[in-house]
Design a protein around this ligand. Sequence first.
Ligand code: PEP
Length: 258
Amino acid sequence: MADRTPLMAGNWKMNLDHHEAIALVQKLAWTLKDAKHDYASVEVVVVPPFTDLRSVQTLVDGDKLDIRYGAQDVSAHAAGARTGEISAAMLAKLGVSYAVVGHSERREYHGESDVLVGAKAKAALGAGITPIVCVGEGLDVRQAGEQVTYCLAQLDGVYAELSAEEAAKTVVAYEPVWAIGTGEVATPEDAQEVCQAVRARLAERYDQSVADAVRVLYGGSVKSSNVASIMAKEDVDGALVGGASLKAEEFAAIVRYQ
Ligand code: PEP
């Protein structure tokens, strides 16, 4: 297996105000400190709402924490008349390392297309932010056995305008929609099937060095009780965690899956 540092990212979604954000990050840092967590062996990322980012930045900088933080979305545009949007440059100024793009909730509730998600990924990369590109099939697609074809079509759409150099700097998250927030977790074999196919497609689109560099995460009802078996799969390099990232001890246990 290529040398990829596992990545555990906690997507808080629309939960926790800036006071609660500080409390959670502090508790997470203490819990991981008690466990003598080696951040170089498993990278830890929290993905709070935009309104919490400045507070998280202040805490992380002030306490010199190794926890990184990301945004849940980013504008595809640089600046100007885009009411309600946040640019990649603004996020970079706040020390944001990652931006989730194309989460299934954005695709479903905001009609985001692969082309738009690709433009967001490009904008993030332009500001030195790593996009976490989400792909994943709904239940109907899974029941038809079309999950690999579906996810690879999303991947092709998103990466259409990304160069090999840009693609190598991305992270992909395979998140089957039927497993998000449902308690219905994909089996490790289900996760491996699509994660492996994603990596193979990156090798095909670009080359093996790109495929080896990109971390492919699994997301969908990950908990401390199921993370180890999923992480044991060769092409799974981490997890994008929703609900279970809102509790410091539980998220720390996910980070400490080994
Ligand atoms: C998510 O929304 O990215 C997610 C994986 O949620 P959950 O872990 O709650 O299923």
